[in-house]
Design a protein around this ligand. Structure first.
Ligand SMILES: [Zn+2]
Length: 473
């Protein structure tokens, strides 16, 4: 997981004794997403190497219903290391439309790059992304799309013709007036050559699509790539086919992106194998949400549809951090929905507590070894764990059955002692250990009885702390 991607949000919602008093802006949510509108601006991730080189800007999610593109962009951030040159990534340009699974809830964002009224709700978004594109450091721009069917330059059949967009690289013209990377058609053809060498099926061939925008193509004249081209930036649209599942679309996007890395002299390391199966795994790999200054940690990988009695803080705003740029939390009635891209992964049902701040870590005996574990971390357990007797606090292992006691502090706990359906994950291996002081909630750690070896998040999170990450965003 890349260190630069923790994110701090605040849901500005006041909560009083379990009753939710909606602030003015939250009362009328025909769209339940209105409440987090200000937090759903796109994020910019600048992956810089120590070796000087060109800068490639990758943009995903300009349309909210094209998950192949925005998941590929997100994977560059979470699963690639850039070893020379620089890669800047916007994985969630139209974030609100992404979580609504809509092409564009305020119309098509990719038709707003020519003329746009300042009253348009996306006026600021357009200005921000234009400014990024025009940054003198940016040499190349890739705009990732999922398009319908399969592009061909002549009519073959209903799914394969010149009005389809899938499986092609789009350029607005053959040449652009830049010092580097001026031959757009040559670069696109090189990339297509690379992709076509790695086709999963022969019929999935990529083609070149030159929209010849300058000679009167009024629709394409409103797009991001033409804005970039007009401003002497080398820009390409990459289209995977909507006929495929997300992981296959992302496969083709990543092939194309890597070919542009190669052409721009950008060296990189990818830490998963480029296959549909591994992409699918990498998309959900280790995604986490931390709430209220890491007093609460939830692993969202393979999570249950509902998580109940999440101990939120009374009379307070809710803060959350995510470790993946496609994730966010949205208030929805009296629960909270956790999203990753187009997918609503789980609902959190809160229970409200006053918080205790007298403790920020607990001692644990894990498989015979002593550990100090900060709240907000996940501990891997093979056989058994125990939280030794605490003086002023009690421990609640959620789902613990062995004894009818109110305090599991000092009790050895094995997986068999916890009811499987109280787990966070569907597999029944990940459980909540909550600490309370009298009626106040002190903090939570997760114990993971799954076999997969977890990285030592304890250390990682201390280094990546929220104060550092806030500046990165
Ligand atoms: Zn698109």
């Amino acid at each position: 997981m890349n260190p630069g991607i923790l994110k701090l949000y605040k849901i500005k919602k006041l909560l009083y004794k379990g009753l939710i008093l909606c602030l003015l802006s939250f009362i009328t949510y025909s769209s339940t997403f209105a409440s987090t509108l200000p937090d759903l601006e796109f994020s910019v991730h600048k992956l810089s190497s120590k070796v000087a080189g060109h800068t490639l800007l990758i943009i995903g999610g300009i349309q909210g219903d094209e998950p192949g593109g925005f998941n590929a962009a997100s994977l560059i951030i979470t699963h690639y290391d850039i070893l020379s040159g620089n890669v800047w990534v916007v994985p969630n340009l139209n974030f609100l439309s992404i979580i609504n699974r809509s092409r564009g809830i305020f119309g098509d964002l990719n038709r707003k790059f020519d003329k746009l009224n300042s009253t348009d709700p996306e006026f600021q978004t357009i200005n921000r992304i234009k400014k990024l594109i025009l940054d003198p450091k940016v040499d190349l721009v890739l705009n990732l799309h999922d398009g319908s069917g399969f592009y061909r330059n002549a009519y073959h059949d209903r799914l394969h013709n010149q009005n389809r967009w899938g499986q092609c690289i789009i350029i607005d013209q053959n040449q652009v007036g830049t010092k580097n990377f001026s031959n757009l058609s040559l670069m696109a053809k090189n990339s297509i050559g690379h992709v076509n060498k790695h086709l999963l099926q022969q019929k999935e061939l990529f083609h070149l699509n030159n929209t010849d925008t300058g000679s009167g193509n009024l629709e394409m004249a409103k797009t991001l790539t033409y804005f970039a081209t007009k401003n002497n930036k080398s820009a390409f649209g990459i289209e995977a086919s909507k006929s495929f599942l997300t992981s296959k679309r992302a496969y083709y996007h990543l092939l194309a992106i890597e070919s542009f890395f190669n052409q721009a002299g950008i060296k990189f390391k990818r830490n998963f194998k480029l296959s549909e199966h591994h992409i699918k795994k990498a998309i959900d790999d280790d995604i986490q949400v931390a709430l209220n200054n890491r007093k609460i940690i939830l692993k969202i990988e393979n999570v249950r549809k509902h998580l109940n009695y999440i101990p939120l803080k009374k009379n307070s705003i809710i803060e959350f951090q995510v470790n993946n740029p496609l994730m966010t939390i949205v208030a929805s009635g009296d629960t909270y929905s956790v999203f990753h891209g187009n997918r609503q992964l789980t609902h959190l049902s809160p229970q409200y507590f006053d918080y205790d701040f007298s403790l920020d870590a607990i001692d644990m005996i894990v498989d015979g070894n002593h550990k100090k574990v900060l709240f907000g971390n996940i501990v891997s357990v093979k056989n058994a764990f125990m939280v030794p007797n605490l003086k002023d606090h009690r421990v609640n292992v959620i789902g613990f059955t062995k004894e009818a006691c109110a305090n599991e502090s000092g009790v050895m706990v094995t997986k068999d002692n916890i009811l499987k359906n109280y787990s966070i994950d569907k597999k029944g291996t990940l459980f909540r250990v909550e600490v309370y002081k009298s009626e106040k909630f002190s903090g939570m750690v997760l114990v993971d009885f799954g076999e997969k070896k977890l990285p030592d998040l304890n250390v990682a999170y201390e280094e990546k702390g929220p104060n550092i990450s806030k500046n990165i965003f």
